[in-house]
Design a protein around this ligand. Structure first.
Ligand code: PMP
Length: 423
């Protein structure tokens, strides 16, 4: 497949090790140039979906304009190119999260789909009546609902690790909640609502001491921090392309090879088979056993390019930039009277959720939008967490590598205006 003619290293804004050339970085993201309601866009909704750089958009459109063909089956050149590009993306993603083998990287439609794969395949085979699934209070609905469904089907019990008022996981409670009936621990790496970074390696160690496998929901982790699945030791790890500067409709399930080998396929169809007769089906090897039907080829290519972009910028630079923005945003927001930050764990990613006395988050979000500021308002698909914190909704500003202090200032000015309007 023809390579994009812009070197990622060149265009990905690395100024020096550990810093980002912010103007060049922003230049890579065309959408950041647009205005909203006549105001410059301050895009602070990155935890919902981050924007795509030119390099990803180009790889995506190049596939559609030059190489579009179905993968794995064709002998013709376009099919071979498409296959090469998609398998190249799998290898890039393997490297990004340091999986041992690309057989351990299954393409899915996203993090939700990946968790559902584990529930349907591993869960339905390994969980029975009276067994327990252990998750936390701060899970996204996509790491709650599949397990609730499984527990209802099997007569199993869903147990929930508590969190403190600050949004910190209760590790003592966690350790004491594992029993000989625990079949799986499912834990979010980084909370989309609070920003809390959970100690997933430590959690995995404790669970493994009891022989319990661990699924880590990494949807909010990969764009912010170096993820090393071997160092974490988890059995499953899921993430989505659109939360890491890639396209929507694509994600990955990482699974340890020995786990995936033992799991039955979930969906049946083309590509996941070695041979088919009406009496018997022989399944394909990993990873294809779990990829029935024509995959999201352009999505996979785009997600691979997004991984390359992240690598070219570097996690040190991303971390430094985002932590600086987090400190700045926290300080600025705290200076607003009547504003309370929700989620104040010491280990946080660049997410700030907050409430303001007497103003509903939806009203805040609507007025901010008119000021050009894109934030998320609502329960953020974490209703049980909201209930635990005694809230129905928050306003959430979430920062990415390309955000600037000026956008936080725009947010703060718009919030002050909102408060004035409600006085
Ligand atoms: N887990 C977390 C922590 C999330 O933030 C999200 C998306 N908001 C998901 C899972 C689900 O991701 P997707 O919608 O891409 O499947």
């Amino acid at each position: 497949m023809a390579e994009s003619n812009v070197s990622l290293k060149e265009a990905a804004s690395v100024e020096a090790a550990g810093t980002i050339d912010i103007d060049r970085c922003r230049d890579d993201f065309p959408v950041l140039r647009r205005e909203v309601h006549g105001k410059p866009l301050a895009f602070l909704d990155n935890a919902a979906s981050s924007q795509m750089p030119e390099q990803v958009i180009r790889a995506y459109t190049e596939y559609h304009s030059r190489n579009h063909a179905n993968v794995h089956r064709g002998v013709h050149l376009l099919s071979q190119e498409a296959t090469e590009a998609m398998e190249g993306a799998r290898e890039t993603l393997r490297e990004l999260i340091n999986a041992r083998s690309s057989k351990e990287i299954i393409f899915t439609s996203g993090a939700t789909d990946a968790i559902n794969l584990v529930m349907q395949s591993w869960g339905r085979t390994n969980v029975g009546e009276g067994d327990e699934i252990l998750i936390s209070t701060m899970e996204h609905h996509s790491n709650i609902v599949p397990w609730r469904m499984l527990c209802d089907e099997k007569g199993a019990v869903l147990k929930v690790i508590p969190v403190s008022d600050d949004g910190i996981l209760d590790m003592e409670a966690f350790a004491s909640m594992i029993t000989d009936r625990t079949r799986l621990v499912g834990i979010v790496h980084v909370s989309n609502t609070l920003g809390t970074i959970n100690p997933v390696a430590g959690i995995t160690r404790i669970a493994h001491d009891h022989g319990v496998p661990v699924l880590v929901d990494g949807a909010q982790a990969v764009s912010h921090m170096k993820v090393d699945v071997q160092q974490i030791g988890c059995d499953f790890f899921v993430t989505s392309g659109h939360k890491m500067y890639g396209p929507t409709g694509i994600g990955i399930l990482y699974g340890k090879q020995e786990m995936l080998e033992k799991m039955p396929p979930w969906r049946g169809g083309g590509d996941m088979i070695l041979s088919v007769s009406f009496d018997e089906v022989l399944y394909n090897d990993l990873p294809y056993k779990f990829e029935a039907g024509t995959p999201n080829i352009s999505g996979a290519i785009g997600m691979g390019k997004a991984a390359e972009y992240i690598k070219a910028v570097g996690y040190d630079a991303i971390h430094n930039k985002e932590q600086e923005l987090l400190r700045y945003a926290t300080g600025q927001l705290q200076s607003i009277e009547g504003l309370r930050i929700i989620g104040t764990a010491p280990e946080k990613s660049s997410v700030v959720s907050f409430v303001i006395d007497g103003i509903h988050p939806h009203d805040i979000g609507t007025i901010l939008d008119l000021e050009g500021v894109a934030v998320r308002t609502g329960h953020h698909c974490t209703q049980p967490l909201m209930e635990r914190l005694g809230l129905v909704a928050t306003t959430r500003a979430s920062m990415a590598m390309y955000n600037r202090r000026e956008e936080i200032d725009q947010l703060v000015a718009a919030l002050r205006k909102t408060i004035e309007m409600f006085r």
